[in-house]
Structure formats: structure tokens, C-alpha cells
Write a protein that binds this ligand. Structure first.
Ligand SMILES: [Zn+2]
Length: 166
């Protein structure tokens, strides 16, 4: 059985260009590996990259992959960020929606949490056929009708804290 290299490598950006062979990088699956091993894995023919951007305290900020199809983790996070279709006023649950690349993959749109959003089939087709354009600005999605010029904004799901009872 052939093993595909796992590239869940976390590398501090300040050491990104470090050429030493000291063990400084880690993978979730194998533990610390040296720079030479990291380069060998990165350049392997079947290597697949998944990017995880974290804040300084380790909180996940963004996740992406080089492939068209999102990883299970990216899909899960995207559906948590948007619990319904992101078209204005549509309430189709995200589990029943397609995941749409806001900026098309073939135009350089990444397969990332920031660029993916659930669209029900009807609204996905409306976007695909050019009836609507969307533009994302952080957590807001700006929709523009190409027929009427009307604008609408939608945002990601806001989770309300559960009130505590004493
Ligand atoms: Zn919809």
C-alpha cells in the first residue's frame, strides 16, 4: 500500500526559510521532522497541501487546500459559519446546499473557508448563470442583481450565547 505524504505541517513563519536540519517543524501525524524531510515531503509528487492559519494564541483563523474539493474540516467549518444558504432571505439549511466558490476556482478562487459558502441548488444556479454577482468583504457577502441592480448583504451566522440561570 502506497502512503500519500501528509502535509499538516505547522511551521512558524519566522523559520520558514531556515535551511538547518535541526528538528523544528512538526506534523500532526509524525511529530517533529527536520527541514530536509519537510522539503522532501513538500516536493513529493502526490503531496497535497492543507493550509491552516492560526492567530498567535493558536485559534484557527482560516483553512484552505489547493484542491477544488474542500477537506472535510473546511466543509464542516464553512457550514458552521453559514448555517443556511447565503442568498438573501433563503433559509435552506447548509447541509442541503452546495458549497460554492465565491470567486470561481478556475479564476484563482481558493478552496478556503473565506471563499466558500453554502448555496442551495436554485441560488447556486442563479449565480452560475450570471443573474447575481457576489462580492465578499470579511464576514459580509454583498449580492448584486444583474437584472435590477439591487444590492443585498448577508452575513455569517451569529450564535447567541445561551443565558445562564442561577
Ligand atoms: Zn438558497
Amino acid at each position: 500500500m502506497r502512503h500519500t505524504p501528509h502535509n499538516d505541517t505547522t511551521t512558524p513563519t519566522t523559520r520558514h526559510h531556515d535551511q538547518s536540519s535541526k528538528p523544528k517543524r512538526t506534523t500532526l501525524s509524525y511529530g517533529p521532522i527536520c527541514a530536509q524531510q519537510t522539503r522532501r515531503i513538500a516536493n513529493a509528487h502526490a503531496a497535497r497541501w492543507n493550509f491552516l492559519l492560526t492567530s498567535s494564541d493558536g485559534t484557527l483563523v482560516e483553512a484552505s487546500t489547493k484542491s477544488y474539493t474542500p477537506t472535510a474540516a473546511i466543509e464542516h467549518i464553512t457550514r458552521l459559519r453559514h448555517t443556511t444558504c447565503v442568498f438573501p432571505h433563503c433559509q435552506m439549511p447548509s447541509e442541503r446546499c452546495d458549497l460554492d466558490h465565491g470567486l470561481a476556482f478556475h479564476k484563482g478562487g481558493p478552496t478556503s473557508v473565506a471563499n466558500l459558502a453554502p448555496l442551495c441548488r436554485r441560488h447556486h444556479n442563479a449565480k452560475t448563470h450570471g443573474h447575481w454577482d457576489l462580492h465578499r468583504n470579511e464576514d459580509t457577502i454583498h449580492w448584486t442583481s444583474n437584472r435590477t441592480g439591487h444590492h443585498y448583504d448577508t452575513t455569517e451566522t451569529r450564535y447567541q450565547p445561551t443565558p445562564t440561570t442561577g
